[in-house]
Design a protein around this ligand. Structure first.
Ligand SMILES: *Cc1c(COP(=O)(O)O)cnc(C)c1O
Length: 568
């Protein structure tokens, strides 16, 4: 079965120059290595870098054996049939480069479908022929066969399909494999198969020399950031893919993380997660479909105009609405990004919704019901952009929402501390800073505090209904007392003697600066006193204590002004 002379073997259909070339022979693939092997062959540095990881100094194998065996165990396949790549995207690209002669060959895709097939073809100078999905987004096999010619090298079948979310009929795919035997590859993209509750087609490799199955850890294994995907194909095709693939496509940390993800106990946890996502998807679909029912009634008015929720076999679904552009814009105004698919043929009014956390989906339902809009008018929000020659900062706060909280200052420990402020004070904070960190973190730290203070002051508006005051908080041996009055007058009293000059990448002499900038720009009276022995605890206690005091201070309770002066 794995012999290149097999009937209908596909390698002869590859680009002649790829067939003829010798693959690049990397240093590590030449020798069998052991514990005591001395590597003086690849101009590597003999030491490990100072990043707390090991194994970085040496080139990895193109297909690291440990990972290969973990993937083979997971997918129940032989290593002769496996190519691990930087995401399924790279597998698509390798197939394209191995098989398609530029300016001569063509591929067939079935839109609406995943965009990378056509993208990859374009990069290789290959024609993309489109045979639209039929009724119920089913494969039009007759239509496909009518477009196949001698230069057709691949037909891409995405199952479950992105964005329509439906599984393709197995018999139809099998029929295509038969019909195209010895002529073209049938590439079945099973990125979402783990959500679909059906078996992979990888087992059909036994029967079809022209079948290629794509898998990835991105969507089903919560690892889109990892870049680890794979192609499963007959040995002759696999050997060609290895030739085309970069010599070292899998960075050592990626290999380590993938091995961890694929451990049985983590696979089990991820399977439970997928179960939760599917249950949440179905609950969301039911709630949204109910709104579509109500739509028919008199309540239509300001609501989202949901017309239908389409069936789904994946961790996303298509929602058909009256005005997809308007709804996407409205959702974006509340910080929710949806994928507008309404401009694709056959998808009028369609929005693709990925299934997020419980809280996120509840938030989206509120947006669909128009509730988020109603609240928005009363919400205390502020956006603040601050640009100097030293820093460019954008900060957005919403004192009446808890999410999103996204912070990126470029100073890791400071991000952590600002995160504490948002989480413990209970407000939504999005803060991004592009600062002159190549000089030092001083400007970034101070300017972020200035911008955050100013945004908080703006968001507080006329301060009607707010509380004012303070908090005392222990953190292990550290004890902090924070008193805060949003009085409209700036004053800072800061008592701390930190026993270290840095916590992480945050200089401790900046802590007072931070609170001074915050107090000044919020026009607040702020007293902080902290004692302790561990600088990390002391600093974190300051931020948490400040956040807790702020939480009380910004909480609205009625519309009275907490002052006898009639103004704050
Ligand atoms: C997201 C997606 C991919 C990309 O997978 P990576 O492994 O992240 O490159 C491939 N195919 C489909 C259908 C997708 O939706």
């Amino acid at each position: 079965m794995d012999d290149i002379k097999t009937e209908n073997a596909m390698a002869p259909r590859a680009r002649p120059e790829i067939l003829a070339m010798k693959g690049y022979v990397s240093a590590r693939s030449l020798v069998a290595t052991g514990e005591s092997t001395v590597f003086l062959d690849a101009n590597e540095c003999p030491y490990e870098p100072f990043v707390g990881a090991s194994g970085l100094a040496r080139y990895p194998m193109q297909q690291p054996p440990e990972l290969v065996s973990a993937v083979c165990g997971w997918l129940d396949i032989s290593s002769r049939n496996l190519t691990i790549t930087r995401g399924a995207d790279e597998a698509i690209d390798c197939l394209m480069r191995a098989f398609c002669v530029p300016a001569q060959d063509n591929i067939i895709i079935c839109p609406p479908t995943f965009a990378m097939y056509a993208q990859s073809a374009m990069l290789q100078g290959v024609e993309t022929r489109k045979v639209a999905l039929g009724e119920g987004f089913a494969l039009d096999t007759d239509g496909i066969m009518a477009r196949v010619d001698d230069n057709t090298k691949m037909v891409f079948v995405c199952s479950p399909n992105n964005p329509t979310a439906n599984l393709m009929d197995r018999e139809a795919v099998v029929g295509l494999c038969h019909a195209l035997a010895g002529r073209a590859l049938v590439v079945v993209d099973e990125t979402y198969i783990d959500y679909a509750g059906t078996d992979s087609m990888a087992a059909d490799l036994e029967n079809f020399a022209n079948l290629v199955v794509l898998r990835t850890l991105s969507k089903s294994h919560a690892a889109a950031g990892l870049r680890c995907g794979m192609a499963i194909a007959r040995q002759d095709v696999t050997e060609l893919l290895h030739k085309v693939l970069a010599p070292y496509p899998l960075p050592q940390p990626v290999v380590q993380a993938a091995l961890t993800i694929l451990r049985p106990e983590n696979q089990q946890r991820l399977a439970l997660r997928r179960g939760e996502i599917i249950a949440r998807r179905d609950a969301f679909a039911a709630a949204a479909a109910e709104m579509a029912g109500e739509m028919a009634g008199e309540m239509a008015g300001e609501m989202a105009g949901v017309r239908a929720i389409l069936p789904t076999d994946a961790n996303y679904l298509l929602m058909i609405v009256d005005d997809a552009d308007a709804l996407c814009a409205r959702a974006a105004a509340s910080g929710y990004i949806l994928r507008n698919q309404s401009h694709q043929p056959g998808l009028e009014g369609a929005i693709r919704v990925s299934i997020g956390t419980e809280e996120e989906m509840a938030g989206l339902l509120a947006i669909l019901r128009g509730e988020a809009l109603a609240v928005a008018a009363e919400e205390r929000v502020a956006r603040h952009v601050r640009k100097t020659s030293e820093t460019a900062i954008s900060v957005a706060v919403n004192l009446d929402r808890k999410a999103p909280v996204k912070i990126a200052t470029g100073v890791g420990f400071y991000d952590h501390m600002l995160d504490q402020i948002a989480k413990h004070a209970g407000f939504s904070l999005q803060l991004e800073c592009d600062g002159d960190l190549h000089i030092d973190p001083h400007h970034t730290i101070e300017d972020c505090a200035i911008a955050l203070g100013a945004a908080l002051r703006t968001a507080l508006g006329d301060k009607r209904g707010i509380g004012r005051y303070g908090f005392c908080l222990p953190m292990d041996e550290a004890l902090v007392t924070v008193a805060l009055d949003l009085s409209g007058r700036y004053f800072l009293d800061f008592k701390a003697d930190f026993p270290a000059d840095h916590v992480g990448d945050l200089p401790t002499d900046m802590i007072e600066h931070i609170f001074r900038s915050l107090a000044e720009n919020m026009q607040a009276n702020l007293h902080i006193a902290v004692e302790g022995e561990n600088a990390h605890h002391m600093v974190e206690a300051c931020f948490k204590g400040f956040a807790r005091a702020l939480r009380q201070a910004i909480r609205q309770d009625g519309a009275d002004l907490p002052s006898t002066k009639g103004m704050l």
